[in-house]
Design a binder for this molecule. Structure first.
Ligand code: 0L1
Ligand code: MG
Length: 261
């Protein structure tokens, strides 16, 4: 391909997702892909999905912990879009053959009760717009080989978003201490990680405020009824056929996700 543009990048990322095929970094072929342009790619991918019938149901934050940023070799959090096609029903197995190399990660999720529009949204204002808090799992599935990317690559790729599920149990935010909320992650009954909500930028409300303020720069806001995934609490684990990944939160309850063929 002679020259990379927003359009060719959108086409390439959509083809990889459709064909369940990973590939090299876009920035290797288009070194000029900067962060602003990468978000334009992300929005254009969403636009294509909406035109084929998908609906926006929320946003996700990614790379909200310094530990995960270091591991993935990037230095800032990012946001991506959630659509109805990504939604999993609690308890329903995930057919991993529909995906490339899925990984599951436990997250604190917000169901929004009010519109949250930046700039200048504080963590306190952000929490005031939350209707309920849920245990969540995100299934990430990078369209890059071995999850290897620079920040503009992963932003263009909608922050590796693929599938997600939140618990049916809705906990009102009042009285919760989300920085202290603990989460234990088990794989087939064996504990592989523990964390608290403080792993997410000190408090998941900081992530929510960051998303609202970031979206404002792109002319968007967080809408009532949307779900916000605030970022991984622990390392992501590979989701394989027959593997069950479970998260046990102290106030938000338990949630599991199982891979199937
Ligand atoms: O949700 C996340 O934290 C993932 C963001 C993208 C980085 C990755 O694919 O691990
Ligand atoms: Mg995530």
């Amino acid at each position: 391909m002679a020259e990379w543009t927003i359009d060719t990048t959108v086409g390439e990322l959509l083809r990889r997702e459709r064909d369940r095929r990973d590939g090299g970094r876009i920035t290797d072929r288009w070194p000029g892909l900067d962060l602003g342009t990468a978000y334009r790619v992300q929005d254009a991918v969403l636009d294509r999905k909406v035109r084929t019938g998908e609906t926006v149901v929320g946003v996700k934050l990614g790379l909200t912990s310094r530990a995960k940023q270091r591991r993935m070799g990037v230095d800032a959090p990012l946001t991506g879009w959630l659509t109805d096609a990504m939604t999993l029903r609690p308890g329903r197995p995930v057919p991993v053959g529909e995906l490339i190399h899925p990984r599951a990660e436990p997250e604190i999720a917000f169901l929004m009760g009010a519109r949250l529009s930046g700039p200048g949204v504080t963590a306190e204002q952000a929490m005031g717009a939350v209707e309920s808090v849920h245990a969540g799992f995100e299934v990430i599935d990078s369209r890059y080989r071995d999850f290897s990317f620079d920040l503009p690559d992963v932003v263009a790729d909608n922050a590796s978003a693929s599938r997600f599920v939140i618990s049916a149990q809705a906990v009102p935010p009042a009285g919760l201490d989300l920085a202290a909320e603990t989460c234990r992650l088990d794989v087939d009954g064996r504990t592989v990680g523990t964390a608290t909500g403080a792993a997410v930028l000190g408090h998941p409300a900081n992530a929510l405020a960051l998303a609202a303020n970031g979206l404002a720069e792109r002319g968007a806001a967080i809408e009532p009824g949307w779900i916000v995934l605030t970022g991984a609490l622990t390392d992501a684990v590979a989701l394989l056929p027959g593997r069950t990944v479970s998260a046990e939160f102290d106030s938000l309850g338990a949630l599991s996700i199982t891979g199937t063929h």
